[in-house]
Ligand binder design. Structure first.
Ligand SMILES: [Zn+2]
Length: 412
C-alpha cells in the first residue's frame, strides 16, 4: 500500500454512500504532535503534487499528506477549480459537484478530528484568491453554520489551503459535525430529511418511551397504521388488476407517495421513502402511476423480472440502518405487491405497491454522512457510533468513546 493511499474515490457519491466505516481507509501512520489549525506556510511536495495530479486525472480522492511542515493533520483533495467565475464556467457540472463534495467531506473529517488543513491543488493557473474568491462559499454555508468561526483560507502558490478548527459541540446537542443525517420523515406530501438536532430530539423521544411498541400498548388503536390511513389507499393497495390509463383519485400525502419510474430506478426511490414512512406513521408507495395525469401506467417487466425485483427490494429494505431503543427489536415490516396493468385484454405492465408499517424505533435511509479520522484512517461513522455520540448528554466536550480512537489523543 502506498504511503499516500487514496481514501475515497470520485465515483462514490458521499451523499448516497452506504458503506459502514472501515471500507474507506488509509492505512498510514499520520499521527504526529499537532497544534490548532492556523494559516501559515506549507511546503510543496513533489511527491504529493505528482500523486495529486494523478488522482485528479483519474480519480478524485482525499489523500493524507505527510510531507508538510505542519504538525496538523493535512488532507489533500487533488485538483480543484477555484474562483466564483471559473467555477460557474465549468462545463463538467458533475465534476464541479464532486469537487464541492470532496472538499465538504474533507472539512467534515477535520472538524470531527481535532482540526487540520485541507490542501487543494489549484487547477486554474491564473487564479488569485484575493481577486477571484473561492467559489465554494455556498457549499461551506450549506454544511457549516458560522463558517467564519471554523474555516480560514490561504493561497500558497499553486495550492489553496483551508484551515479547519475543531468542531465545538453546540447547544443544540450536536456532538459531531454531520454533512447529511440521512434520516427522513414524512411531512405533508413529501419525505424530508431532518437536521441533526431534530434527529437527536426524535431519538431521545424514542429512548424515553423505549420505542413506539410500548406506547401502542398503552394507547390501543391509535398507532395502528390502518386506522391512521385513508381506506381508499388500503383498497387501492389490495386491487387485483388495473386497466392501462385508468384514473386514480388520490394524490401524494403523508401516507401516500406516487412515483412514475422505470423498473431500474425503483431501488433508488426506496431508502428515503421507506424510512420516512417507517419513522412517521407508515404509508403506501405506489410506483407506476402518472401523478400529473392521475393515470395508471405501470412499468414494463416479465415474471422473472418481478421475482428478482422482489428480492432486490427486500435486500434494499433489510440493509437500511436501524436503531432500537425497545426490547422487541423488530425488523422493518412491509408488504410488496406487483399488480398487473391490462391493455386490450393482455398484461402490458405492472404497478409496484409497497405498504410500510410504522417502525418501533428509528430507520435511516443510509449511514449518516459524517466522517472522522480513526487511528490512522479516515472513516465514516457507523449509524450506531453516530447515534451513541449524538445521544451523549455530557455537557461541553464530546465524551471519550473507547471504541473511537482520536488522532490527537492517540498521538499524545
Ligand atoms: Zn425498536
Amino acid at each position: 500500500m502506498s504511503v499516500n493511499s487514496p481514501m475515497w474515490v470520485e465515483d462514490v457519491d458521499p451523499r448516497t454512500i452506504t458503506e459502514p466505516s472501515g471500507q474507506v481507509e488509509c492505512p498510514v501512520d499520520i499521527l504526529q504532535g499537532r497544534q490548532h489549525a492556523k494559516p501559515g506556510p506549507l511546503r510543496d511536495s513533489k511527491k504529493q503534487r505528482h500523486r495529486g495530479n494523478r488522482a485528479s486525472a483519474c480519480k478524485m480522492s482525499i489523500i493524507l499528506d505527510q510531507e508538510t511542515d505542519y504538525a496538523e493533520l493535512v488532507l489533500s483533495v487533488g485538483e480543484i477549480t477555484l474562483g466564483e467565475m471559473s467555477r460557474k464556467l465549468m462545463k463538467d457540472t458533475q465534476l464541479r459537484k464532486r469537487q464541492a463534495q470532496i472538499i465538504s467531506q474533507a472539512v467534515c473529517t477535520l472538524l470531527n478530528s481535532g482540526g487540520g488543513v485541507v490542501k487543494a491543488h489549484i487547477k486554474n493557473s491564473n487564479y488569485t484568491f484575493t481577486r477571484d474568491g473561492i467559489g465554494l462559499e455556498n457549499s461551506f454555508r450549506d454544511i457549516l453554520p458560522f463558517t467564519h468561526k471554523y474555516l480560514d483560507y490561504k493561497q500558497n502558490k499553486d495550492y489553496f489551503l483551508i484551515f479547519v478548527k475543531p468542531w465545538i459541540p453546540d447547544i443544540s446537542g450536536q456532538r459531531v459535525h454531520t454533512l447529511k443525517t440521512n434520516f427522513y420523515m414524512r411531512s405533508f406530501s413529501s419525505s424530508h430529511e431532518l437536521k441533526g438536532p431534530d434527529v437527536v430530539k426524535f431519538l431521545k423521544g424514542m429512548k424515553y418511551s423505549k420505542g413506539r411498541l410500548c406506547s401502542r400498548q398503552s394507547l390501543p388503536g391509535l398507532c395502528d397504521s390502518d386506522e391512521l390511513q385513508p381506506e381508499f389507499l388500503v383498497m387501492f393497495f389490495n386491487m387485483e388488476k388495473f386497466t392501462y390509463k385508468e384514473t386514480f383519485c388520490f394524490t401524494k400525502s403523508k401516507h401516500a407517495e406516487v412515483k412514475m419510474s422505470p423498473k431500474k430506478k425503483i431501488l433508488e426511490i426506496l431508502p428515503q421513502t421507506v424510512s420516512a414512512f417507517a419513522n412517521t406513521d407508515g404509508g403506501y408507495l405506489f410506483i407506476g402511476l402518472d401523478e400529473k395525469k392521475q393515470q395508471i401506467i405501470g412499468f414494463g417487466a416479465d415474471e422473472s423480472d418481478l421475482a428478482q425485483l422482489d428480492s432486490e427490494i427486500e435486500e434494499c429494505i433489510r440493509q437500511l440502518p436501524v436503531t432500537h431503543f425497545c426490547e422487541e427489536q423488530e425488523k422493518i415490516k412491509y408488504t410488496c405487491r406487483f399488480i398487473q396493468v391490462h391493455r386490450q385484454g393482455a398484461v402490458c405492465s405492472y404497478v409496484c405497491v409497497l405498504r410500510v408499517e410504522r417502525f418501533c424505533c428509528a430507520v435511516f435511509a443510509a449511514e449518516p454522512d459524517c466522517w472522522h479520522v480513526e487511528g490512522s484512517r479516515v472513516k465514516r461513522f457507523t449509524t450506531e457510533e453516530w447515534v451513541r455520540l449524538q445521544m451523549d448528554t455530557t455537557p461541553g466536550k464530546r465524551k471519550k468513546d473507547p471504541s473511537i480512537k482520536h488522532p490527537i489523543t492517540q498521538s499524545l
